[in-house]
Design a protein around this ligand. Sequence first.
Ligand code: TXA
Ligand code: MG
Length: 339
Amino acid sequence: MSSPPPNKYQLQPMETIIGKDILVASKLLEQGELVAIPTETVYGLAANALDENAVIKIFEVKRRPRFNPLIIHLPSWDRIAPYVTDIPEAARLLAQRFTPGPLTILLPRSSRIPDLVTAGSPKVAVRIPAHPLTQALLQRLDFPLAAPSANPFGYVSPTTAQHVFENLQGHIPYILDGGPCTVGVESTIVDFEGERIIVRRKGGLALEEIEAVAGAPVVLRTAAEEHPVAPGQLRSHYATATPLFAGDLRSLFQRHAGKKICIIAFGDNAAGLDAWCVLQLSERGHLDEAAKNLFAVMRQADRCGADVIIAGLLPEKGLGLAINDRLLRASAEHLPHGN
Ligand code: TXA
Ligand code: MG
């Protein structure tokens, strides 16, 4: 019988503790273990980005394909030098204005970043999260943290420590509890081509804000636009187990008449619709509040016993773009790539 490959991480059941102790978290990370960390966007599943054996565990626990690269997290922009070879002027400008915050920047990587982190790409994704607990943790560490969202691959991202516990208990030793995430959708990812700013994922930093600082329109080039797929070919992502449909709320309601329908509502868009269950993203119709509530509401919708979840699309401005993107990716009928 051949022995297992040396780096293969065995998924041993382990006790998962939820706590607020950054000393415990930093010790575990220094020992090559995984720790779930709070950020203002979503919770991340973190490991020492410079330790390939630790990073492998992220892919194993998340069941994430190895070709999908990870973001590295640092406490401040001035710690970035060892990990990149060049910083375009536009990147500097955005970093100065929007970090710490819900922005991820793609930069040419140095050889210190393992191939596994970037999935072989010549660029590394860098983020400076603003959450105070994770800021304090990162300050203590002398390595960056590689961290994807702390959900099993394909499922809804977590925005509370409890969400992480529900999904990953028994597989990671520690969840650093920083309360509910204040932004609620993942970071906006930007790339640079010459002077141009390319947005690769719509997220918690609104495109209007980036454009105001850049003084020029950004180019939107997300995975869905680069690799359009025919409906039905790929599993949807950010997906609930209960089928979810996003689009025109009233047509969806009619189409699913006779079923137990859960409506994900925004403001008064579900007025007069008599559904099995109605969950609000934002009573007042505020996009930032809707983003903050989105993933918790999707998880709740998944548990309410409905046959189907329907959601109307939100106004295409501010964080509405990121919310619509997540709803459409979760939708059973619209199936682009995701994480
Ligand atoms: O808000 C966030 O960004 C959260 C928190 C935890 O920081 N993280 C997050 O990570 O959403 P994840 O792995 O779920 O999504 C990261 C996305 C993926 O779509 C990945 O393909 C892309 O970033 N990405 C990472 N590194 C990249 C690279 N070198 N080039 C292109 N895309 C990259
Ligand atoms: Mg993700």
